[in-house]
Design a protein. Structure first.
Length: 368
């Protein structure tokens, strides 16, 4: 499970009504995806984009929120039947659901698939049934955990192309073809997916693209701590983002920053376990589930921060690296330099001071 650890520290603006205004910089804040968001942008036209941004985020939830019963992803998770379909590429054993959207669901699904394949399943949206089984969805951990039940659930924790996929379904009437519509299909009706490990970063990118389409080039978009920055802030310098120290049971910002980085035309996201865990019989169980074992991760990694070009990648890979642990993540980064990921990791060392490791590129981002 992701932990919000990023705090915004760079813009000193003057509040005006419900917005913040200074040198044509505006701030829009609100609630979405069960968390808060903050968007700062410079607009010489002084446009109030608060309603448009709020609508974008509400639309996003209507596609990808598992907490909205009528959302597209909830319909897919609850579907146990196969609608009439001409299924051009999958056979009739699959259960499918037509996707009637503006591409939001498809875009997120494809990004999740890519990271799933790149990380050999360490990032796996199909882990949803296990997260629910452990009681992490409602914050009420179970007392009765049985390995045989975990093993049974693992059979449907499979995000491979042969189990869950998108395909184009041909739409026709008689002999006339009207084109195709995207369809999401799953092999087993019990399979459920959850994009919480990537959705906030993906929604950040969508808002960023929206602002850029309006000719806004200086902007900062933050949803639940995942951040995308373009251009400069109101001081005409690169945006600066502070990341919390990994202190158990601390609230965001209460214990100071682990580091501050400048972000220039890129994104940054953090995942961690130090705020979300439970203790039973003297053992701490992290809220990050290893989709291969079905159990919470037991390694020493506390927090991972990833810098990338797109927030969806920073978010997704940060989630995956919390599953992998520090040593496996180092090997992954060495083997995949083409991904251009910069990473900062904090692990428990059993001593007062935590173990810290970062890529050379990340070190260059840190503000002295």
């Amino acid at each position: 499970m992701k932990v919000v650890t990023l705090l915004l520290i760079t813009f000193l603006l003057v509040r005006c009504g419900d917005k913040v205004v200074s040198n044509n910089f505006f701030q829009v804040t609100g609630y979405a995806q069960g968390t808060t968001y903050s968007i700062v942008y410079q607009d010489s036209l002084k446009r109030d984009l608060s309603n448009s941004i709020d609508s974008l985020l509400k639309d996003y939830d209507s596609y990808l929120s598992t907490y909205v019963d009528t959302s597209l992803i909830s319909q897919f998770n609850n579907s146990e039947y196969s609608p009439a379909s001409s299924k051009t590429s999958w056979n009739n054993d699959f259960l499918d659901l037509e996707i009637q959207s503006d591409g939001i669901f498809e875009d997120c699904f494809k990004a999740a698939k890519e990271i799933y394949h790149e990380t050999d399943g360490a990032f796996n949206p199909a882990v949803y049934p296990l997260v629910k089984y452990w009681g992490f969805l409602d914050g009420k951990p179970r007392d009765d955990i049985f390995q045989y039940e975990i093993d049974s659930i693992l059979k449907i924790v499979n995000f491979s192309d042969s189990m869950i996929n998108l395909y184009a379904d041909t739409v026709s009437k008689g002999d006339v073809l009207f084109g195709s519509t995207p369809v999401i299909a799953k092999l087993n009706g019990s399979m459920k997916i959850d994009f919480n490990g990537i959705a906030q970063g993906h929604s950040v990118d969508i808002i960023g693209r929206y602002l850029l389409s309006l000719g806004i080039n200086n902007l900062m978009v933050e949803v639940g701590g995942e951040v995308l920055c373009k251009g400069v802030n109101n001081k005409n310098t690169y945006w600066q983002i502070g990341v919390d120290k990994p202190v158990e049971n601390s609230s965001p910002g209460s214990k100071g920053f682990q580091f501050v980085v400048h972000v220039n035309n890129g994104a940054i996201a953090t995942s961690g376990n130090y705020r979300k865990f439970y203790e039973k019989d003297g053992i701490k169980y992290a809220h990050t589930i290893n989709p291969k074992t079905g159990n919470p991760v037991q390694h020493s990694l506390l927090s991972v921060t990833v810098a990338a070009d797109k927030c969806v990648d920073a978010d997704g890979y940060a989630t995956a690296f919390m599953v992998m642990g520090m040593e496996q993540t180092k090997k992954f980064l060495n083997a995949n330099p083409e991904l251009h990921l910069e990473v900062y990791m904090i692990a428990s060392s059993g001593k007062e001071e935590h173990e810290v490791w970062m890529t050379k590129g990340f070190q260059n981002l840190i503000v002295d």
